[in-house]
Design a protein around this ligand. Structure first.
Ligand code: PGA
Length: 267
């Protein structure tokens, strides 16, 4: 049974009231469908993650606790310093203390809009691991890079810098987990997901590169217009360990359908 993670990246969407409603609805779905007793969830081979805006992460964690929820929660970003004069920033230590388990780092929107470099992302990954959170480290090529045949080169470079010094950290603490998300920039929010051939091939490449850098097998999620219609074919691929889902994670029916598909692949 392969390890799978179904993670929703809500981005800057939902109001606090809508967010509580959505989490309650997802929890109702999970409870009604008795996924709580399914072995794959209990033995942690299948995880569900929701990454809402920082502002109500803690509220949602409390709501989920009351619901006896199977959901895990994560942040969409964080800063690498533990505390100090960094106006507007949130640290991984804070996230850990409120009970978040994951942090998305290096998302292409952060790289492009907020000018995050591979070096900065590497520092953030280290900080997240030091706080015992699981990074969901995003990499991906632009359309231009895919078209001019430099996809592998771009991904390799993002991996080499992003994963610098991580091998030692993981070696010293076997409880730490690490997740990579392959998100072709041209597929994010466009409704045009990568094809199964592209995903299969690229995940294979990433898997081998990560293996040679870290000496470990790391789960690799696919992200970019993943929805209830293409989830079956993409999540079934051998080297795909789940998905990082934007738009479709905000729609109850789409997100729960993807959960059902992941469950059926697992069982
Ligand atoms: P999308 O976003 O599913 O809306 O394409 C994915 C992401 O940005 O993580």
């Amino acid at each position: 049974m392969k390890e799978m993670i179904i993670a929703g990246n809500w981005k800057m969407n939902t109001t606090p009231i809508e967010a509580v409603k959505l989490v309650n609805e997802i929890d109702n779905f999970l409870n009604e469908n008795q996924y709580s007793i399914k072995e794959s969830v209990l033995n942690e081979k299948l995880k569900y993650v929701v990454c809402p805006p920082f502002l109500y992460l803690q509220t949602l964690l409390m709501v989920a606790k009351q619901n006896n929820s199977l959901l895990n929660f994560g942040a969409q970003n964080c800063y690498f310093e533990e505390s100090g004069a960094f106006t507007g920033e949130i640290s991984s230590k804070m996230l850990n203390e409120i009970g978040a388990k994951f942090a998305i780092l290096g998302h292409s929107e952060r790289r492009t809009i907020f000018k995050e470099s591979d070096e900065l992302i590497n520092k953030k990954i280290k900080s997240v691991l030091n706080s015992n959170l699981t990074p969901i480290f995003c990499i991906g090529e632009t359309l231009e890079q895919r078209q001019n045949g430099t996809t592998n080169e771009v991904l390799k470079n993002q991996l080499l810098i992003g994963l610098e010094g991580i091998k030692e950290i993981l070696k010293n603490n076997s409880n730490l987990k690490f997740v990579i998300a392959y998100e072709p920039v041209w597929a994010i929010g466009t409704g045009l997901a990568a094809t199964t051939e592209q995903v299969g091939e690229t995940h294979n490449f990433i898997k081998n590169e990560v293996n040679s850098i870290l000496g470990l097998e790391i789960p690799i999620l696919y992200g970019g217009s993943l929805n209830e219609k293409n989830a079956q074919e993409l999540l079934t691929l051998e080297n795909v360990n789940g998905g990082l889902i934007g738009g479709a994670s905000l729609k109850l029916e789409s997100f729960t359908k993807i959960i059902e598909i992941a469950e059926s692949i697992q069982n």
